[in-house]
Ligand binder design. Structure first.
Ligand code: ATP
Length: 428
């Protein structure tokens, strides 16, 4: 059977992946856990999310599905942060006999949950129409993620995947500062990058795979396969862990991006890869955010932002000029695209005004006074106005990304990019 679970945690604690790690052990009493458990990231712009909008799915070979269902429901009741208004757990159970029947409908549901916004009633009507075993708590919003996670498990062959090794803290340490040895994370990164990524941010001198919140996660190592994330994790020196789990995930795959043909199609709470031309010089606003508009061929415009947390990425964005043709990836909220990646396709020529040059000696002429043109004192040559001089752009075409410390879970890091038609500049 396949078990989907979502929305058990709150900002004060717990993590649905931790419940998954506990269940992997507990469910051995009822059967065999098959394949890697799944950690599925859904629409990153959803306001109901606690942190990264994650749901999980497990696959279990069992002769006693009823006992499994009873066990899971009781563990969700015990461990979920029900007191938090935003915590609305949901769990879904797909029996093996139904795999074929549910596969296409849940594939579509997964895609929608990653790229669009789904109403709770849509999840509930799918559940009743298809007769899915499920249990929703409180308003049952977690049923959305639970169904989507089952859809991911039923359609593994359809999506790109990466892996994450999640190490969990001992319970008595939850909520206290994490004890880690930074050097060991740098070492793990040095040995396993580029097969792993986002362990550290070298430019900003940060360990990025260790959360700061009160949840049970000590660290999470992301990489291409289970062996490499396990190898990297074995190099980490930190406080003792209670347990770990290796999840297969859609993190780092760009699964959230829709292609927008026209900027007028763009909607809030959706993520896109879109083409446009820079239409004004980027401005730095209060808080250090850098904003500029892009325009499409029909003249539609959208504001795009490199927010303060994107750190040094903003230096690059500030160098854009009107006329530069670019392709951006990112999520739209409040009418602004939050940039995750940029491909600079072409740079527009940049001109600077300067005094004309003397045709005789080649030196710059001097002004003869306001509105009186320019002249060369030595050769006595004259010219009426300033000239435009093309200056070299301090920017090169290619693909760029925000630094690891600002990466969205679903954004595909450039270190995974296989394109050979463009210069790739992975952030480190
Ligand atoms: P954590 O990362 O710490 O596990 P979280 O960020 O995953 O927490 P949840 O507690 O799972 O946040 O809350 C997200 C809620 O939004 C869930 O109830 C989930 O079912 C719902 N949800 C997920 N995707 C969508 C979507 N596309 N449309 C509407 N609701 C969604």
């Amino acid at each position: 059977m396949i078990i989907g679970i979502d929305d058990t945690d709150s900002n004060e604690g717990m993590c649905t992946t931790y419940l998954g790690a506990l269940l992997i052990e507990e469910l051995q009493a009822y059967g065999t856990v098959e394949d890697c458990p799944l950690l599925v990231r859904l629409n990153p712009t959803i306001p109901y999310k606690t942190r990264g909008n994650a749901a999980i799915a497990l696959k279990l070979k069992t002769d006693c599905p009823e006992r499994v269902i009873t066990h899971i429901i009781s563990r969700i009741k015990e461990l979920s942060r029900m007191e938090c208004e935003k915590t609305n757990p949901g769990t879904v159970f797909i029996l093996e006999k139904d795999y074929k029947r549910f596969k296409p409908v849940l594939r579509d549901f997964l895609e929608k949950a990653v790229r669009n916004v789904i109403e709770i009633k849509e999840a509930k009507s799918l559940i009743s129409e298809y007769g899915v075993f499920s249990k929703g708590f409180k308003n049952g919003r977690g049923l959305i993620g639970a169904l989507a996670a089952c859809g991911a498990m039923l359609n593994l062959e359809e999506w790109d995947c990466t892996f994450e090794y999640l190490a969990y803290r001992q319970k008595e340490r939850w909520g206290t500062p994490r004890e880690i040895e930074m050097k060991s994370f740098l070492e793990a990164d040095r040995i396993t990058y580029p097969q792993t990524w986002d362990t550290v941010d070298l430019t900003n001198r940060l360990v990025v795979c260790v959360p700061r919140s009160a949840d049970p996660v000590l660290f999470g190592i992301r990489g291409e396969n289970p062996d490499i994330v396990t190898e990297a994790a074995s190099l980490i020196r930190a406080e003792p862990i209670e347990r770990f789990a290796v999840y297969r995930t859609n993190q780092g795959t760009d699964m959230h991006l829709l292609s927008a043909v026209n900027l007028s199609e763009i909607q809030n709470m959706h993520s896109y890869r879109l083409k446009g031309t820079v239409s004004a010089v980027p401005k730095t606003i209060l808080g250090g955010h850098v904003i500029f508009p892009i325009r499409d061929q029909e003249g539609n415009e959208i504001d795009c932002a490199a927010f303060e947390p994107t750190k040094n990425f903003r230096l690059l964005i500030r160098k854009l000029r009107p006329g530069d043709r670019i392709v951006l990836s990112g999520s739209v909220s409040s009418g602004t695209l939050n940039i995750e990646k940029i491909e600079i396709k072409t740079l527009s020529p940049l001109y600077k005004e300067e005094n004309p040059k003397c045709p005789n000696c080649g030196k710059h002429m001097k002004s003869s006074g306001q509105a009186q043109g320019f002249r060369c004192k030595k050769c006595k040559t004259q010219a009426a106005s300033k000239i435009l001089h093309q200056v070299k752009r301090d920017l090169t075409v290619g693909l760029y990304e925000v630094p690891p410390c600002a990466r969205r879970h679903l954004a595909k890091p450039l270190v995974r990019e296989k394109r050979s038609d463009v210069d790739i500049h992975p952030a480190r």
